[in-house]
Structure formats: C-alpha cells, structure tokens
Design a protein around this ligand. Structure first.
Ligand SMILES: [Zn+2]
Ligand SMILES: [Zn+2]
Length: 366
C-alpha cells in the first residue's frame, strides 16, 4: 500500500498556537492497523499539555480519545484485542498508549497503567505516523490495544466520557467498588466527575451528591443519576459539609471521589468522608502543588485513601460495554455539546479551558 499524506494537529510547545501539519504515513505494521478517525474527544489533559503543565518531549500530535473505522489492515491483524475478528470498515476505539510487557510495572507489579514505556505512542514526534487522534488517520502499531465497537452502540455515547470512563472504571476497581445503599459524594462534574456519578448510580448508591459548576454540567449530573447537586460557586466549604452531613444522617458519605482537578478539593474531601469511609483521588493528575490538610482525620476516622492514574486496556473495553448497556436509558451521547473540525482544534481547546462545554469533540471529516 502506498504512503498517504495525513493532516494532523500538532502542539509544538507550551502556549504555542496549534499547527496543522501534513506528513506521509506508511503502510501499517504486519500486526497494526490504520484507522480513519471519525471522532476525537477533547480532554482537559489536552489543555494542560497545551499550557505546559506536563512536560512535552517533542512536537506531538494531540488527542488520546479516538474512535474511527479501520482503513488498512496489516497482514497479521486479524482480530481486535479481545479476540473479535475485524474487517475493513469496522469501528474501533483505542488508546494511543502501548504497554511494553517488558518493564517492572508490566511484568512484576502487573499494573499496566503504570508501564514505564506506554507513553511512546502519545509523545511520538509529530513527523512520525500519529497514533494520536487529532488527525485524519491514526497509525496503530502492533500491541496498541483497540476494540471493535458493536454496531448498536453510538460513538458519541462512548466518546462523551473519553478517557474519563476507563479512568474511573479503574479507580472504582482499585477502591474496591461502591456497595448498594452507600452514600457517595463526587467532587467535580467534568467528564471524570460525570462518569463517576453515573457509575455510582449504576452501583446502587442511595445518595449521589455532586459538587461542581457550571449549572449545565450539574444538570447533566442529575440526568446521569445525581440525587443532589451543590453549586461550588454559591456555597462555602462549611455550607457543603453541613448540607452533606444532613443528607447522610450525620455520618457523611461512605465514599468520596475527587474528580475536581483542584488541590483545594483534597482537604475538603478528607473532612467529608464518613468514619471508616474511602476516598478515591483521581483528578489531581495534572495539579502539581501542595495543600494543607489535617492527617488526623485519616487516622482517627479509619479512612482509606486510594489513588489511581489512567486506565488499562480492560477499562477501555469496559467503557464500550458501559455505553452499550446504558445508552438507551441515559443521555450519554447528549454530553457531547460542542463539535469542531480539525482546523478548529485551538477553538476546541479554548472552549474546554473556559468550561463552556460538557464534552467537546473534533470531527476530522467536517
Ligand atoms: Zn511496561
Ligand atoms: Zn482524556
């Protein structure tokens, strides 16, 4: 197969205007595939990368939440990574990271989300074939997990929660699950907070209380299962503590999930969680810094604090299954509120940065 010229959105450095590059892409690896990108989620992490909050080794192609159709198959690419046979034109969902199966975390600790080498696909030089999805086509090497999307599952119901759903699926797994009739507080109502809200509801929580802003996101939280929403901008920390104590018979929530992405959420969460409760910290990935808090709460109240980063291929697969099972009964796809073309990627990042969106996507063919 001949090489093809592929347009891609490139981040060259912190706070630099995004550029549209066109570079050739070779035929796929024998075990790889080339995917025509149909929809790419715009993630808060893309904004952090653009602002320089995370180190950038190269000019890179942005986008790590991609759905597309298989355009070319390598000679040995026969199934997806769950063993499902694949053909040209099949719709797939992938993560542009690749576990190496050759590092301490892959083979000894067995936590693929911490693989030392997984980021190679995401941070590959933008001249190279892109595995990122702010591009017309993505080039997935052998070993980069992708899954066929069943025909009955709309792409938007999956991409609305992008990397947030796999991330929170891993987080709740690491937390040890949410039990029936527990009370849950979710701090934050961006895609990670909304995914957490939805999974808490599916888990059978008796109360799902969401703290956040702006109102459109809180409204979506209610539609996804929040029993109470609290506007962060109209309440003090003391107000929220009192209201949440009232809603939980004075005990506080058995589970608190930090998905706020703001350091101040952490000391508040430690105070909110019930005695013998659990606190999942998922949103502080790109929030470096320190914050004062009182460790005695952890000690005296028998609290468990669990951290979680990213997700594994099993959680990406799980995210497809969540959308497949529930897209008819919940407005998952309606969380996609803003759509942009490839040449409008900067506008997309700006609107996400201003919290105007619930979820923005890039549609390369538009
Ligand atoms: Zn590894
Ligand atoms: Zn993401």
């Amino acid at each position: 197969m001949a090489t093809r010229a592929v347009k891609r959105v490139v981040l060259t450095g912190a706070n630099q205007p995004l550029e549209l590059w066109e570079r050739p892409v070779p035929a796929p690896d024998p075990g790889g595939v080339i995917v025509r990108v149909s929809i790419a989620g715009v993630c808060g992490t893309d904004v952090h990368l653009w602002r320089g909050d995370l180190p950038l080794p190269n000019p890179i192609v942005l986008g790590h939440e991609g759905i597309g159709t298989i355009e070319e198959l390598g000679s040995k690419a026969i199934t997806d990574y769950a063993g499902v046979p694949i053909r040209l034109g099949d719709r797939v969902y992938w993560q542009p990271v690749r576990q190496c199966h050759h590092c301490y975390y892959c083979t000894v600790a067995k936590d693929f989300s911490l693989c030392d080498n997984a980021m190679e696909g995401l941070f590959r030089h933008a001249n190279e074939p892109p595995s990122g999805c702010y591009a017309e086509y993505s080039w997935l090497p052998e070993g980069m997990a992708f899954y066929r999307i069943p025909d009955d599952t709309p792409s938007e119901a999956i991409i609305a929660f992008g990397c947030a759903m796999p991330t929170i699926l891993q987080g709740i797994e690491r937390l040890g699950g949410i039990a029936l009739n527990q009370a849950v507080v979710v701090q934050g109502c961006g895609p990670v907070g909304l995914a957490a809200t939805f999974l808490a509801r599916l888990s059978g929580a008796r109360e799902v209380i969401v703290i956040g802003a702006p109102p459109a996101r809180l409204e979506m939280a209610r539609r996804l299962g929040a029993t109470t929403t609290i506007d962060l901008t109209k309440t003090s920390e003391a107000d929220r503590l009192e209201q949440i104590r009232d809603l939980t018979d004075g005990h506080g929530p058995e589970v608190v999930i930090e998905a706020a992405g703001h350091l101040s959420a952490f000391p508040e969460g430690v105070k909110l969680v019930a005695k013998n409760g659990r606190y999942l910290v998922v949103g502080l990935w790109s929030a470096p810094g320190t914050v004062p808090f009182e460790p005695r709460y952890i000690n005296n109240n028998n609290i468990r604090i669990v951290g979680t980063a990213l997700g594994q291929p099993s959680h990406l697969y799980g995210a497809i299954q969540v959308a497949r099972a529930h897209h008819r009964d919940f407005p998952l796809a309606e969380a996609v509120t803003h759509r942009y073309g490839l040449g409008e990627a900067q506008k997309a990042l700006d609107s996400v940065a201003r919290l105007e969106t619930i979820k923005a996507v890039i549609i390369p063919s538009s």
